[in-house]
Design a protein around this ligand. Structure first.
Ligand code: SF4
Ligand code: SF4
Length: 404
């Protein structure tokens, strides 16, 4: 079932819930409140009432559903395997109005316009929030750099600048950049390509790939999300492994790309966790790593843990680095609060959820996260405390240990 699931199928999904409550201790919003309607069991009951016609849409009902972080910690632990994410998305679609989806539609226009994306990149650079900028200040770069102003103006599609990648030795993987990856994480793309090259694998960046559709999916714009899923399925049709830079994008590619359509193979089965795929490649052909003494704080995004089932992927990837100490940042507190646009729409909740992780990060030299939304949320939180610890993609931290 994808975004256009019939109502009867969604209600059948919801009926799988036996209201046992085993998911409640794992729900970050329930733990914060704790209020039945701020937990998965309550939200499923609200969805059943709304979709079944026994409850009317209201600001209170919508507020409880909007408060959900879509972290899917509940789904991961549910013994009845209730597909909570699908139920929530269908319910948000039922609640969608032009007013409720305005922010998503504005963000969609901005992030899908090359010119406006260039302005976003400039804004991120100015505000020091750019992961590129932070990561550059943290390491010695091996490739020549243009002056900052020229780098900002260089907005050619990144694929054109990477055509000189050597022919594959052990196969080809495709990197999914989404709409934010080549705005805020261009260096991560270069680092991923360098690492795969060291493992004898070519990493391609197919042109014309588009937004994963996550913003639209989680705002109830089902048709817009489905269109983006179809576009990406066609773009990546010839690749066997699709590796998203951000785990949040990857989760959406998996959710929306379950079925083949009109001769285009389904995308979901090909989407893998980048850290896991890279670790597999490096295990097969390990490079020599440069040792360094570093305390690394690991933040595992909800999507990496609960959708990809890759809770230990960052630790497994970075454990090969000699000299580093790996510290999980308050994993028991779950979601950091970034959660798509939740850090914008629910700032108080987002700050409360981030705090235990910031406390745990007090003694680390660097924080790693494989999801751009979490990384930006961490950066903002650290800056609010006057801390300058860099936040890197684990791929970039690993690439720093490659021989020059
Ligand atoms: S979602 Fe699953 S764990 Fe939570 S109350 Fe329903 S059946 Fe129990
Ligand atoms: S997705 Fe996360 S925030 Fe939403 S109900 Fe489930 S555990 Fe709670």
């Amino acid at each position: 079932m994808d975004m256009t699931a019939p109502l009867s199928a969604v209600l059948a999904d919801a009926d799988l819930c036996v209201k046992c409550g085993l998911c409640l201790p794992h729900c970050p919003t329930y733990r914060l409140t704790p209020h039945e309607a701020e937990g998965p069991r309550g939200r499923i009951a609200l969805a059943q009432g709304l979709l079944g016609g026994t409850l009317a849409a209201s600001p209170v009902l919508a507020g409880h559903l909007d408060g959900c972080l879509s972290c899917r910690a509940c789904e991961a632990v549910c013994p009845a395997k209730v597909p909570y994410g699908r139920i929530l998305d269908a319910t948000r679609t039922a609640l969608a109005t032009p007013q409720r989806t305005r922010l998503t539609r504005i963000m969609g226009v901005v992030l899908e316009s090359p010119f406006l994306r260039m302005l976003v990149r400039f804004g991120l650079w100015l505000s020091s929030a750019s992961l590129d900028r932070v990561s550059r200040s943290h390491r010695e770069r091996s490739r020549p750099k243009a002056p900052a102003a020229l780098r900002l103006l260089d907005y050619r599609p990144i694929v054109r600048r990477l055509r000189a990648v050597p022919a594959p030795v052990h196969g080809t993987v495709a990197l999914f950049t989404g709409c934010v990856g080549d705005v805020a994480e261009r260096d991560v793309l270069h680092d991923a390509i360098r690492l795969f090259r060291a493992a004898g694998v070519q990493a391609a960046i197919p042109p014309n790939q588009g937004c994963c559709g996550a913003l639209h999916q989680h705002s109830g714009l089902a048709d817009a999300a489905a269109n983006r899923a179809m576009h990406n399925a066609e773009t990546f049709a010839r690749y066997d492994a699709v590796l998203p830079l951000a785990t949040g994008c990857g989760a959406t590619l998996r959710d929306l790309g379950r079925t083949a359509q009109d001769g285009t193979p389904a995308l979901a089965p090909k989407v893998r966790d980048l850290c896991t795929a890279l670790a597999d490649a490096l295990d097969a052909q390990p490079p020599q790593w440069q040792p360094r003494s570093l305390r690394v704080g690991i933040h595992t995004a909800c999507t990496q843990s609960n959708v990809f089932g890759a809770k230990e992927a960052i630790r497994h990837l970075l454990a090969r680095l000699p000299g580093v100490t790996l510290i999980d940042l308050a994993p028991e507190s779950g979601c950091c609060g970034a959660a798509g646009t939740a850090f914008i729409t629910q700032p108080a909740q987002a700050a409360a959820l981030l705090q235990p992780k910031l406390d745990a990060a007090a003694e680390v030299d660097v924080i790693v996260s494989a999801n751009i939304g979490c990384s930006l949320h961490f950066l903002a939180g650290l800056r609010g405390l006057g801390l300058r610890a860099p936040v890197l993609h684990p791929v970039s931290l690993l690439a720093q240990a490659l021989p020059a």
